[in-house]
Design a protein around this ligand. Structure first.
Ligand code: GAL
Length: 412
């Protein structure tokens, strides 16, 4: 698969005369329609410690999380990546220039942890930075790209989140942000490709030009040809304001998403204090509509039954993981309510009615507004599981900050 994809890309490169050989797309070239490396054909699901624990991490946290993902059934539902974020390493490389995991935090080392996760049927993710330093000032990969990728592969890494703090802009005089990021991320992408392992590549450059439309668009032109997913917004935190901000930043980006190339609206806050259950359910619904990765960031062992139920809703997960890989767009806005729709692989549509307001709203929307032809449709409420039929309208009362989520299929 990987080789075939590469051959097709090379052929496209040759036929179009664009200078994109070697993995990178020329600025201005359309995004590829398929994963650049054949990986992450649906948005990655799993765990990342950052949003909840930040630097308060150690080996035990990941071992416990892995065990709990398995025992709660979350792993079976698809939450397989267990990703370590910043602060896992010593602040200096060793004499050979190798990254050194902090021995107090990870006494058995990373190879051991990778083996442990794999023995549980899970995948191992790690964090680094493409610049001089990580955001917490640990050594970055710049100047050590191939060496570090070899190290990660030897540890059994399956997923690399590569941040972009302390970018090496000064090494490339005359080049702009996007051009330097493209050079560096392409080089990492190539190294990953030759690592002998399938490593999902999560990239951060778009988030660093969030709110700067010209620069953002320039980065988005090449990102899908070297990365499997990319952060689009600021760091999320456990407050409704933050969730809505990341939704707003990500919801208009449907044209950039495809199977193997996903807009990443950042981690899930489900299970964390600071958000009501309605808000947690809304985030989960919206992230599924946006085909965003579903990365839990909470104490999984302490999830309340209600929060666990949100994360375990297989019908909502199926929307996120739909193989067609089409991110939802807003098709209509009525007052404070956004109506989103996305087509699904089996011909159904997923429809969300999102009440951003502070009061409950009664909303009626015609099925034609969500891109459906006149006809008889079955509406399955993916939270209440109620099934109804309609010929024209979807009508629903949505609480403040709530989302009504439906699977709409032709009735027989
Ligand atoms: C930020 C990133 C966060 C986390 C943090 C670690 O730049 O967006 O998700 O990785 O760095 O320092």
């Amino acid at each position: 698969m990987r080789t075939l994809t590469r051959v097709i890309l090379m052929l496209a490169c040759f036929l179009s005369g664009l200078a994109m050989c070697g993995g990178a797309y020329a600025a201005g070239a359309p995004l590829p329609a398929h994963s650049y490396n054949g990986l992450a054909l649906t948005p990655p699901m799993g765990f990342n410690n950052w949003a909840h624990y930040e630097c308060k991490l150690n080996e035990q946290l990941f071992v416990d999380t892995a065990n709990t993902l398995v025992s709660t059934g979350l792993a079976k539902l698809g939450y397989r990546y267990v990703n370590i974020d910043d602060c896992w390493m010593e602040m200096q490389r060793d004499a050979a220039g190798e990254l050194v995991p902090n021995p107090k935090l990870f006494p058995h080392g990373m190879r051991w942890l990778g083996d442990y996760l794999h023995s549980k049927g899970l995948k191992f993710g790690i964090y680094e930075d493409a610049g001089y330093m990580t955001c917490q000032k640990a050594p970055g990969m710049y100047g050590h790209i191939e060496q570090d990728v070899r190290t990660f592969a030897s540890w059994g890494v399956d997923y690399l989140k590569l941040d972009y703090c302390y970018a090496p802009q000064d090494q490339y005089p005359g080049k702009n942000f996007s051009q330097v990021a493209q050079i560096v991320y392409t080089r990492v992408s190539e190294a990953l490709h030759h690592s002998g392992r399938d490593i999902v590549f999560s990239c951060s450059p778009p988030a660093y030009v969030f709110g700067k439309p010209g620069e953002f668009a320039e980065v988005m032109r090449w990102i899908g040809s070297v990365c499997n997913l990319w952060r689009t917004d600021d760091d999320i935190y456990a407050a409704w304001k933050s969730v809505v901000a990341n939704y707003a930043g990500n919801v208009g980006l449907a044209k950039y998403a495809f199977p193997g190339g996903w807009n990443d609206a950042d981690m899930l806050e489900v299970g964390n204090p600071g958000m009501s259950l309605t808000e947690q359910q809304s985030q989960f619904s919206l992230w599924a509509m946006m085909a965003s990765p579903l990365l839990i960031s909470t104490d999984v062992a302490k999830l309340s039954p209600a929060a666990l139920k949100i994360l375990s809703n297989a019908d909502v997960i199926a929307v996120d993981q739909d193989p067609l890989g089409r991110q939802a767009s807003i098709v209509k806005q009525i007052g404070q309510v956004d109506i989103l729709s996305r087509p699904l692989a089996d011909g159904d549509h997923a429809v969300a009615l999102f009440n951003k307001g502070e009061r409950p709203e009664k909303i009626s929307v015609n099925i034609m507004a969500i891109g459906l032809r006149p006809g008889r449709y079955q509406l399955e409420n993916l939270w209440s599981k109620q099934v109804s039929e309609t010929r024209a309208m979807i009508s629903v009362e949505i609480p403040a900050h709530g989302v009504g989520l439906y699977r709409v299929s032709a009735a027989h």
